[in-house]
Design a protein around this ligand. Structure first.
Ligand code: SF4
Length: 624
């Protein structure tokens, strides 16, 4: 029945015992979850019990792929890191591009499970069937670029794919990331801290096998057409040219460019953070992940000024926002320097930027002063201070030690009303959106499994080409309301439907930018392709795919429910629900979250009081 797409094997490394084990991938998992996030949700739910300390040996970290990872399907080179999150203590996941996922498949595995804790620092080395734990003591303390080079030298192979933690991961900075091949970050929720707690410095992978699909010729023809579809999509082409920098102007226009710790959604210095400004002055080359014909990644160089000589990828829109407008900084070179520090030391730029913004607002309001910060004046727009405190966080030096806990825990430690300035949901800092001027993302931030999440649904930004998809999905009569970012009407409907599609996106795993924005592929495209890849006819039915997507989403909800998450936790910071947007096109707007939640729970089949799946919903999704 399953005759393509999968290797059929899961690789486990038990760090406590120091051994590897290869297991068969259960066919039941394939049929119920397809792959990627779905496999990871099932394994984490089954094997990491409630109340497990995320930084204990009992937690597990998974790297999962999907059935088309490493095939010719466009933008299918991504992979996902999953664990109980170091930052939030609930479901954690972080998707990353590059070449790591395909390499894992070529080495012969659909998923890697890292469990236990090594007594001493180690590298996990996977070269086809050669599995090895290598002493990493000489490399402990190295930056991610240094250790990546060291591992490639060790293996005498420049094509080894390396996921590394930097000093921040070793120091258990809560939002430490895993950096793949120097520049791609499995950024959010603290995967680097989980690896650090297990004493793992790198995971390096090299494979020489291939991924067989079920219907080779038909799959090849369809994949070729799919590449053409990507290349012919005008918005995709724009994305290839500008990357996510295109968003800066869009966000400014609708009043959703988070500025001064989300106080407002318009920024007077936005033009210096826009693609039109950055590309001609600083971009030296375009880069792409495995199998991508867009190449949205940009390599940039700073020719002069205090950061002269900085050569680095990015930052993407989220980094421009987090280390730019959010801190009142209108200087692109500072954001590139910050991104370089985040990559080399291994930190999530969204969370670290937001945590610094939190500290700046505390400083402005006299909650902290120079005696707390070690003499660093945390003023809005002060580029030197922002870079200095970033370095202090990476090494947990002085006040950086408190901020390394993230804004939620830092505010609990600081007290004195600072909680009002910690802009997070369930412990994860809010990314570059604002529910006041983009209601559907407000709902998504409040309900997503990993906390304030910008990747689980994105609808209603009419500039981004959703008109066609929205009209097909929900009918032209609802279109004006659905595409109006300032109303609650129909937003739960739109969020539920896009979430279900994005769940399939994240089981496959394909790049966000082929499904979410611009929406080049939708569920019907996957229903046409998946039977050719896997030989499983059931995947050709859109209704079946929707159910599989729902099953994954509900299983993550159940994982969080065991940690005590209910409706009371599906909240937004008061800034979004009680402080009207002070200026811009959305002036006066706040989020009516409770009405959004009522609609959302009803559509999801979740209890309106608790926000948990009802027994009937669990039965319908075979999750009893
Ligand atoms: S669009 Fe960008 S992130 Fe997506 S696969 Fe291509 S290069 Fe990677």
């Amino acid at each position: 029945m399953v005759n393509g797409g999968y290797t059929g094997k899961i690789l486990r490394v038990d760090l406590t015992k120091g051994d590897f084990k290869v297991e068969s991938l259960p066919t039941e998992w394939v049929l119920k979850y397809i792959g990627g996030d779905g496999f990871a949700a099932r394994l984490l739910y089954d094997e990491v019990p409630a109340r497990t300390d995320p930084l204990s040996p009992e937690n597990k970290l998974l790297i999962a792929t999907g059935p088309i990872t490493g095939t010719l399907w466009p933008m299918s080179g991504r992979t996902v890191f999953v664990s109980k999150a170091a930052q939030t203590g609930i479901w954690g996941e972080s998707h990353v591009g590059g070449f790591l996922g395909p390499e894992l498949k070529y080495a012969g595995y659909d998923m890697l499970v890292v469990e236990g804790r090594s007594e001493n620092p180690v590298h996990i080395s996977i070269h086809d069937g050669d599995l090895e734990l290598i002493d990493a003591t000489p490399h402990w303390g190295m930056r991610t670029d240094e250790v990546t080079a060291a591992m490639r030298k060790h293996h005498n192979d420049p094509d080894v794919q390396v996921g590394a933690i930097g000093p921040a991961g070793e120091q258990l900075v809560r939002f430490a990331s895993v950096i793949v091949n120097n520049a791609r970050a499995a950024g959010r929720t603290g995967m680097g801290a989980v690896l650090g707690s297990k004493n793992v410095k790198t995971i390096s992978i090299r494979g020489h096998g291939s991924v067989e699909v079920a219907e080779h010729e038909e799959f090849f023809k369809l994949a070729k057409k799919a590449h053409q579809k990507v290349r012919q999509n005008p918005q995709a082409r724009e994305m290839g040219k500008w990357g996510t920098w295109i968003l800066t102007a869009v966000k400014q226009e609708i009043g959703e460019l988070p500025t001064f710790n989300h106080r407002t959604g318009v920024f007077s210095g936005w033009e210096s953070l826009s693609g039109e400004y950055i590309r001609p002055r600083f971009t030296v080359s375009d880069r792409a992940c495995f199998g991508c014909s867009l190449g949205c990644k940009k390599m940039n160089y700073i020719p002069d000024g205090p950061y002269a000589g900085t050569l680095e990828e990015g930052p993407e829109y989220e980094g421009l926002m987090a280390f730019g407008s959010l801190l009142g900084i209108d200087d692109y070179p500072t954001t590139l320097k910050a991104n370089q520090i985040c990559n080399k030391y291994g930190m999530d730029i969204i969370s670290v930027g937001s945590t610094i913004a939190f500290a700046m607002e505390c400083y402005e309001n006299g909650i902290i002063d120079d005696s707390d910060t070690g003499g660093v004046p945390l003023e809005w727009g002060n580029t030197e201070s922002a870079i200095k405190i970033l370095q202090m966080i990476a090494s947990r030096e002085g006040f950086g030690d408190i901020l390394a806990e993230g804004s939620k825990i830092a505010s609990e430690k600081i007290g004195k009303g600072s909680e009002a300035y910690a802009i997070h949901v369930k412990g994860l800092e809010v990314s570059g959106q604002d529910g006041r001027t983009h209601r559907s993302i407000g709902l998504s931030h409040a309900t997503s499994a990993r906390g304030a999440d910008h990747l689980r649904s994105l609808v209603v930004v009419d500039q981004l080409g959703y008109e066609k998809v929205a009209a097909e999905r929900w009918g032209v009569d609802k279109l004006p309301e659905i595409l109006n970012p300032y109303t609650e009407q129909y937003k739960a409907t739109a969020v539920v439907e896009t979430e279900n599609t994005y769940c399939i996106r994240d089981t496959l795993i394909v790049c966000w930018y082929s499904v979410s924005w611009p929406p080049v592929f939708w569920m019907s495209d996957f229903a046409e392709m998946l039977p050719l890849a896997t030989g499983i006819d059931a995947f050709g039915d859109v209704t079946t795919l929707v159910e599989i997507g729902e099953r994954q989403l509900n299983l993550k909800r159940l994982f969080n429910a065991r940690e005590g998450i209910t409706r009371k936790d599906d909240q937004l910071p008061k800034r979004f629900t009680h402080e009207p947007m002070p200026e811009g096109p959305g002036k006066g707007q706040v989020v009516d979250l409770e009405s959004l939640l009522d609609d959302y729970y009803r559509l999801r089949g979740w209890d309106p009081e608790t926000g948990l799946p009802t027994k009937e919903t669990l039965r319908r999704l075979s999750l009893e």
